[in-house]
Design a protein around this ligand. Structure first.
Ligand SMILES: [Zn+2]
Length: 169
């Protein structure tokens, strides 16, 4: 009778171990699936990171390209003379190292401009006379409109001479 009881206990014990083992196996299976899912997610995120890094490199290349285009445009697309309201209503007629100037330009070969001594100068006349020549070039009746960055260098009876100090974008 005692032996029979032991057998039953042993059977129950084994059953418990087997059931327990099944449970553990189930947990391991679940955890394995979870790990696989996380691995997949990790792979996807790694791919996304690679894509973002590549996109960033591409955008940096584009920025470099456009900076170059802008630099080249700055040099080649501006034809002198031109008017830039930001600098005044006078014509920009001189450009040196990216700085723009109003006034008498280097090509002015008149006798009164020997050795280009009047470079960048603007003449403001007191008396309005519509027959006055070179009004858009270096003669004006209103220096404040013509150039917003200049210095008075001569004050004569009929006119004042200003020198453009340069303008930059
Ligand atoms: Zn100026």
């Amino acid at each position: 009778m005692l032996e029979y009881m032991y057998s039953i206990l042993l059977m129950l014990n084994l059953l418990f171990i087997i059931t327990g083992n099944h449970k553990v196996k189930g947990i391991i299976k679940d955890k394995t699936n979870e790990i696989l899912l996380l691995k997949k997610e990790n792979d996807t995120l790694s791919d996304e990171i690679i894509n973002i890094v590549n996109l960033n490199l591409k955008l940096e290349d584009e920025v470099r390209y456009f900076k170059k285009v802008i630099e080249e445009n700055d040099k080649s697309d501006i034809f002198i003379p031109f008017m830039e309201k930001e600098f005044g209503t006078g014509l920009i007629r001189v450009c040196e190292d990216g700085v723009y100037y109003h006034g008498v330009c280097e090509e002015e070969k008149q006798k009164w401009n020997k050795d280009n001594k009047c470079s960048r100068q603007i003449y403001e006349y007191r008396v309005k006379n519509n027959t006055r020549k070179n009004l858009d070039n270096y003669n004006t009746f209103n220096i404040d409109e013509f150039c917003n960055n200049c210095l008075l260098i001569k004050d004569k009876n009929k006119y004042k001479i200003f020198e453009c100090q340069g303008h930059q974008y």
